[in-house]
Ligand binder design. Structure first.
Ligand code: NAD
Length: 351
């Protein structure tokens, strides 16, 4: 198999390197923007080669690129990797808008490249079981999906990072995971969406790389445009409804995602505080189905399937991992929500 490179020397870069290693695959190279920091990241992670230019990765004979950089850089890097004949595993969201995602998904198809988006939630054993049960008809037709994704990560004071410069924050950072998990588990698509965004504490002060509510410390005042909360409703194909609440500012919720699916014959629910437990119910009877695995094992399971396709020379039709087409669909749903929020939460069709 050809060599692997991880692009982006941050949190997800490390996570991808570790998950690959757990499967017996070692990244040969890392790529970053600053040569000293990239070299240090490579050495800290036991990787022998590093680059700050894409052309160097091509000279090294890299066959698969893991793109773990901020979303605004995904389009250019993924396009360059595909044009160089590489398979690509890109962190979510695939691109900043549907036009970018469509171009990348078309290019990946044309190049017959294995293409995947890092929606790791699909690979928790309980989530896979929920999908198997729903697609197998265990709870009947899907009537209602409700849930949330709550974090305290951006409750102030919080670190200043690329996240506050993106055009969107809560929706594309955590909402994209919820939307993907909902589509994956139920097999339903979103036909229409209505959304309201919360932009709490928009006026802030930056000091020493940390942001505070305006006026609480001395520093540089700035205005944050991106939303830190979302309430969204969805109409699903097949007649079901869905409701999603997102918050990046809820103290006490480190990384809590929840999904509850109501069907004509029963219901299922799951949340990330109890990763290994799937609750299943018919009227008057609830049971818990238990699985092993932690947060990191979802990445290992995801890469196992992606690398089976890479080893066999191309993407299989029936894989479980999210493809660039899924990344495009996800972006189209987010765009309908963004459009709705600009129009007093009017229902918008997903294009
Ligand atoms: N799947 C998940 O559960 C999950 C969780 C967190 C983040 N993410 C996604 O992973 C991606 C990275 O997030 P992160 O938390 O690791 O961010 P991070 O800030 O920790 O790391 C990003 C790294 O990319 C580098 N970088 C920026 N532009 C670059 C460029 N043009 N070329 C090379 N390197 C560049 C930065 O210097 C930094 O080292 C984002 O798309 C984010 O949405 C996914």
């Amino acid at each position: 198999m050809k060599k692997i490179a991880v692009i982006g020397c941050g949190l997800m870069g490390s996570r991808h390197i570790q998950a690959l290693r757990a499967l017996g695959y070692d990244a040969s190279a890392v790529m970053g923007r600053d040569s000293e920091k990239t070299k240090k990241f490579a050495l800290d992670n036991g990787i022998g080669e590093w680059a700050t230019e894409f052309s160097k990765l091509e000279q090294m004979g890299i066959g698969t690129a893991h793109v773990c950089t901020p979303p605004a850089s995904h389009f250019d890097i993924v396009k360059e990797a595909l044009e160089a004949g590489m398979n690509v595993v890109c962190e979510k969201p695939l691109g900043l808008d549907a036009q970018q995602c469509r171009m990348l998904s078309d290019l990946a198809r044309e190049k017959k490249a294995v293409n995947a988006v890092g929606f790791n939630t699909r690979f928790h054993a309980a989530v896979q079981k929920a999908r198997e049960m729903i697609l197998g008809g265990d709870i009947g037709d899907v009537l209602l999906v409700n849930g949330s994704y709550m974090q305290e990560f951006h409750a102030l004071p919080a670190q200043l990072s690329w996240r506050y410069k993106e055009k969107c924050l809560a929706l594309t950072e955590i909402g994209s995971h919820w939307i993907d998990a909902m589509r994956f588990v139920t097999g339903c698509e979103v036909d229409e969406a209505s959304a309201t965004f919360g932009r709490f504490f928009p006026d802030r002060t930056a000091k020493d790389g940390i942001q505070y509510p305006l006026g609480t410390v001395e520093g540089k005042p700035f205005h944050a445009d991106s939303e830190n909360a979302v309430i969204a409703s969805m109409k699903l194909n097949g007649g079901g409804l869905a409701s999603m609440v997102l918050s990046e500012i809820t103290c006490g919720k480190s990384n809590r995602m929840e999904l509850c699916i109501t069907g004509t014959k029963g219901a299922l629910w799951w949340n990330t505080d109890e990763l290994g437990t799937l609750h299943s119910a018919t009227k008057g009877r609830t049971q818990e189905i238990r699985f092993d695995g932690d947060f990191d094992s979802s990445f290992v399971n995801m890469f196992r399937e992606i690398y089976a396709d890479i080893e066999s020379g191309g993407p299989e039709e029936r894989h479980m991992y999210a493809s660039f087409d899924d990344g495009l669909r996800n972006c189209e749903v987010c765009e309908a929500m963004q459009e709705s929020e600009k129009n007093q939460s009017k229902w918008e069709s997903v294009k």
